[in-house]
Design a protein around this ligand. Structure first.
Ligand code: GLA
Length: 730
C-alpha cells in the first residue's frame, strides 16, 4: 500500500500527499522548514528552494553559512529571539524565567490514524485511509519537547495540524503561546479573505490586499464570536469558480487569532491558533499542552472548490456521524411569535396547527421557566413556570407526540441571572474576579464552568428535563461574552488559563450530554451565529445562523457562512413581515427561498392564520420535504453573490449530477436590465437536463456556458427557482 506520508532521509524531506494535495517540509540545519502546500506533486527536488543571500541586520547562527538566516527561513514553528523577527508561533517562559526556546529536529513517527484529542474537538477517524506524521523537535537546553502533528486523509484536500508541547524539565515552565499552524509562503499578489460581523450581521466578507506588516483578527471575548470567526484564506486571482485558494480554520470556539504578516522580503506568514494575548499555561515536569487542531484546505477550483473541501470534510470527519445524513425536523419555533409570553394554551394551539400543516417539531423557546418574563431574571432556575404551564411540560410533549410532532426546548445553560434562586443557593458559582462585582451582559452572569459542580448541575438539569419530559431537541443558547475570566474556587491568577479551561469545561459538558442522549438533536445558538465555528460543529450538528430573519440581510449571511459550513449545519426560519429586526417587507416567496436553502423551519404565528395562508405553508412544507435530502445532503455551490451584485443565487446538486435545484433571487428592480442571465455550472456537461417549470431541455454545457435567461419582472424581489433533472437515454 502506498503511504501518504513519506520521509526521504537523504534529502531530509517530509512529504504528505494524496491525489489532490501535497504538503512538504525539509530539515535544514536542524530547523524544520516549510517548502510547499498545494496541488499534488509527484517528486520534490527543491525546485522552489529560495536562493538565500547574506543581508545586513540578519542574524547568522551558522558561521559557515552566513546566508542562512532565520530572518528568511520559512519555519514550521517559529520562536522568538533567535533571529526570526516575524511573529512567533511558540513562546515559552523557560525555567530561567526567560522567554527563550530553541528547537531542533530530533525525529518523527507515523501513525495510521487521526489523533483523538482528550479535551478538544478533533477530526474524526472513519473507514477512510489516514496517516499522521508527528515531527519531534527538542530544546536540549530547557528540555522541552515540541511535537508538530500533521494528519492527511486519502480523499480530502485537507491537512490537519496541531502542536503538543511537553515539559521534560524538572522545573516549571510557562507556555505563553502555542499556535496550531504557522506557514510561510512567498507573496505574489495574493489577497486575503476573512470574515467580520456582529449580532444580526454575521459572516460578512472582508477581502483585500495584503500590505507589508502584520494583519490580525481574532477574539478575546471568551468565545469565537460573530466579530471575527476563525477563518482566513489567501488567493491570487481566484473567483468563486476558478483559481487557487489556501484557507485555514480552527476547531475551537474560544479565544483565537489569525495573523497574516508580509515581511520586508515579501514572505508571507499565515498563522492560526489560540489567542496568545489571553493565554498562559504553566507546565510542571512531565506535563504537556495540546493546541486545538487547525484545518488547512486547498483548492484550485476557486472559493466554491474550497468550500466543497470544507463541506465534505466536515460531513465525513467532524459532524457527529449519528446526525450527518439524518433528516432534520422542520421546526416551528415560538420566539418571534410571542417572545417571553409563552403559555400552555399557545403551545397546544401551536402543536395543533403544526400537525395540521406538516411541521415535525415544535420548539418552545425562551420564557418557559420560573418567572422568566423578560431577560432580567431566572437563568439557572430551570423548572417550569407553573403559572404559564400549569400542567407542566411533559403533558405538552405527550400532546405533541400523539400528533406525531417532536418537542424541543430552549436552554441557556452557561448562564445565571442575578435575580435567580440559583445564585442565592450558590453565589460562588458565578464567574468573577475577587472583590469585584462581575459585569453584566444581557442582564446575566456566566456560570463558572471550570467548577465540576457547575458542570454536573448543567448535565443533571438538562438530563432531567430531557428524560422526564421526553424532549428530543435542545436549543443551546449563549447570549453574552466573558468579562470576568476568573473562578471563585479555582485559583487562576491570570485569565490566561481560565479562558481555555472554560472552553475545555464547556466541551466536556456538551460531550457528556450529547453522548448520553445520542437521539436528541442539539442546536447551537449564540444570539444567532455568535459561536458558529467548526469546534461547535463537532458537537452540534446545526446552528441558528442569525437572529436576523430578514430575507434580504440573510442572503449575505447564508451565502458567506457557506464558505465554511454545509447546508445541513445552518438553520433558517420563515418569519413574519414587517420583519422584526429590520421592519422590511419582503415577499413570502423570497422568505421561503432563503429558508428552503437551509435546514428549514418557521418562526411566525401559524395559529391565527387564514386558510389560504395555511394552504401555502402546507404546500411549502410538502415541497421542502420532497427536496430536503438534496438540499441538506447534496452539494451546495454559490452562483452569484449578494455581496457585490443585486442578485443572490446558488445551486444544490446531487453527487451524480442527476438532479439540481437553483435559487436565483434578484433584489431591486432596475429598468436598464432587459433580462437576467445566470450561468449554471456544476452540472454534467455531457448530459441534457429537463427544466421542470418550462419543460425545456438544455444541455449541461449550454447552461454552464450560455446561461439561462429570466424575464426581469417589475418590482423588487424576484425569485426564480429552477429544477433540473438529467435526461437518461434508454
Ligand atoms: C437569543 C436567540 C434567539 C432566542 C432568544 C431568547 O437571542 O438567538 O433565537 O432564542 O435568545 O432569549
Amino acid at each position: 500500500m502506498v503511504s501518504m506520508v513519506n520521509f526521504d532521509n537523504q534529502k531530509m524531506i517530509f512529504t504528505l500527499s494524496n491525489h489532490s494535495i501535497s504538503y512538504i517540509m525539509e530539515v535544514v540545519d536542524g530547523y524544520l522548514v516549510h517548502r510547499y502546500w498545494g496541488k499534488t506533486i509527484t517528486h520534490y527536488n527543491f525546485s522552489n528552494r529560495p536562493m538565500l543571500k547574506k543581508r545586513t541586520f540578519s542574524a547568522t547562527p551558522n558561521i559557515d553559512q552566513p546566508e542562512l538566516s532565520p530572518e528568511f527561513i520559512p519555519f514550521e514553528a517559529p520562536t522568538s529571539h533567535m533571529g526570526d523577527y516575524r511573529n512567533a508561533a511558540v513562546c515559552v517562559i523557560n525555567p530561567n524565567q526567560q522567554d527563550v526556546v530553541r528547537f531542533s529536529y530530533v525525529g518523527f513517527n507515523i501513525l495510521n490514524q487521526a489523533p483523538e484529542l482528550v479535551d478538544l474537538p478533533f477530526a474524526r477517524n472513519s473507514d477512510e485511509k489516514v496517516e499522521t506524521l508527528i515531527i519531534h523537535l527538542f530544546d536540549d537546553i530547557s528540555k522541552i519537547q515540541l511535537d508538530l502533528n500533521y494528519t492527511i486523509f486519502e480523499n480530502h484536500a485537507i491537512v490537519v495540524r496541531s502542536s503538543t508541547l511537553k515539559n521534560m524539565n524538572s522545573n516549571k515552565i510557562i507556555l505563553e503561546k502555542l499556535l496550531s499552524a504557522s506557514i510561510d509562503v512567498c507573496y505574489s499578489k495574493q489577497n486575503l479573505t476573512t470574515f467580520y460581523g456582529t449580532h444580526q450581521k454575521e459572516y460578512q466578507i472582508n477581502r483585500g490586499d495584503i500590505h507589508h506588516g502584520l494583519f490580525k483578527i481574532g477574539s478575546s471575548r471568551g468565545n469565537s464570536g460573530p466579530q471575527y470567526p476563525p477563518y482566513l484564506a489567501v488567493s491570487e486571482d481566484a473567483t468563486e469558480f476558478h483559481g487557487e485558494v489556501h484557507a485555514m480554520t480552527l476547531l475551537y470556539s474560544g479565544n483565537h487569532e489569525e495573523i497574516v504578516e508580509r515581511d520586508q522580503y515579501n514572505n508571507l506568514r499565515l498563522q492560526i491558533g489560540l489567542n496568545s494575548e489571553t493565554f498562559s499555561w504553566p507546565l510542571n515536569q512531565g506535563e504537556s499542552f495540546q493546541s486545538p487542531q487547525a484545518l488547512l484546505a486547498y483548492s484550485e477550483e476557486g472559493f466554491n472548490g474550497n468550500s466543497q473541501v470544507f463541506h465534505h470534510f466536515f460531513k465525513e470527519h467532524l459532524i457527529n456521524p449519528n446526525w450527518t445524513n439524518k433528516a432534520r425536523p422542520i421546526v416551528i419555533n415560538s420566539w418571534e411569535i410571542t417572545y417571553f409570553d409563552v403559555n400552555d394554551t399557545l403551545i397546544r394551539e401551536l402543536i395543533d396547527s403544526a400537525s395540521e400543516l406538516g411541521f415535525e417539531t415544535v420548539v418552545l423557546d425562551d420564557g418557559w421557566f420560573k418567572q422568566r418574563n423578560s431577560s432580567q431574571t431566572s437563568l439557572g432556575d430551570w423548572t417550569v413556570d407553573l403559572l404559564k404551564f400549569p400542567y407542566g411540560i411533559k403533558t405538552l410533549v405527550d400532546y405533541a407526540r400523539k400528533r406525531n410532532i417532536g418537542f424541543g426546548i430552549w436552554f441557556e445553560p452557561e448562564m445565571i441571572s442575578p435575580n435567580s434562586e440559583l445564585i442565592k443557593k450558590h453565589p460562588n458559582w458565578v464567574m468573577r474576579a475577587k472583590n469585584y462585582e462581575p459585569i453584566l451582559g444581557r442582564n446575566q452572569y456566566y456560570l463558572d464552568l471550570t467548577n465540576n459542580d457547575v458542570q454536573m448541575f448543567i448535565i443533571n438539569t438538562l438530563s432531567k428535563v430531557i428524560t422526564e419530559c421526553g424532549i428530543n431537541y435542545i436549543k443551546w443558547d449563549m447570549n453574552r461574552h466573558i468579562t470576568d475570566p476568573f473562578s471563585p474556587i479555582n485559583d487562576h491568577k491570570k485569565p490566561g488559563q481560565y479562558f481555555h479551561n472554560y472552553m475545555v469545561s464547556l466541551y466536556h459538558t456538551i460531550d457528556q450530554l450529547t453522548k448520553k442522549f445520542p437521539d436528541v438533536l442539539f442546536e447551537n445558538c449564540s444570539s444567532g451565529g455568535g459561536r458558529l465555528d467548526p469546534g461547535m460543529l463537532y458537537y452540534f450538528p446545526q446552528t441558528w445562523v442569525s437572529d436576523n430573519t430578514d430575507a434580504f440581510d440573510r442572503q449575505q449571511i447564508q451565502y458567506n457562512a457557506s464558505y465554511l459550513f454545509p447546508t445541513s449545519s445552518i438553520t433558517g426560519h420563515v418569519s413574519v413581515v414587517p420583519n422584526h429586526q429590520t421592519n422590511r417587507i419582503i415577499p413570502l416567496n423570497v422568505r421561503e427561498a432563503l429558508a428552503s436553502s437551509t435546514n428549514m423551519g418557521y418562526e411566525l404565528d401559524i395559529i391565527k392564520m387564514d386558510s389560504d395562508k395555511k394552504e401555502r405553508i402546507k404546500e411549502h412544507l410538502k415541497t421542502y420535504k420532497a427536496e430536503r435530502n438534496l438540499i441538506l445532503n447534496g452539494n451546495f455551490y454559490r452562483l452569484s453573490s449578494p455581496n457585490d451584485s443585486n442578485s443572490c443565487s446558488w445551486i444544490f446538486v446531487d453527487d451524480n449530477q442527476d438532479k439540481a435545484i437553483v435559487y436565483h433571487i434578484r433584489n431591486t428592480y432596475n429598468t436598464y436590465d432587459l433580462s437576467l442571465t445566470l450561468r449554471i455550472p456544476y452540472l454534467d456537461v455531457h448530459a441534457d437536463y429537463l427544466r421542470f417549470e418550462t419543460n425545456q431541455i438544455y444541455s449541461g454545457s449550454e447552461l454552464a456556458n450560455c446561461g439561462l435567461a429570466f424575464e426581469n419582472i417589475k418590482g423588487d424581489y424576484q425569485v426564480n427557482k429552477i429544477i433540473l433533472q438529467k435526461i437518461v437515454e434508454n
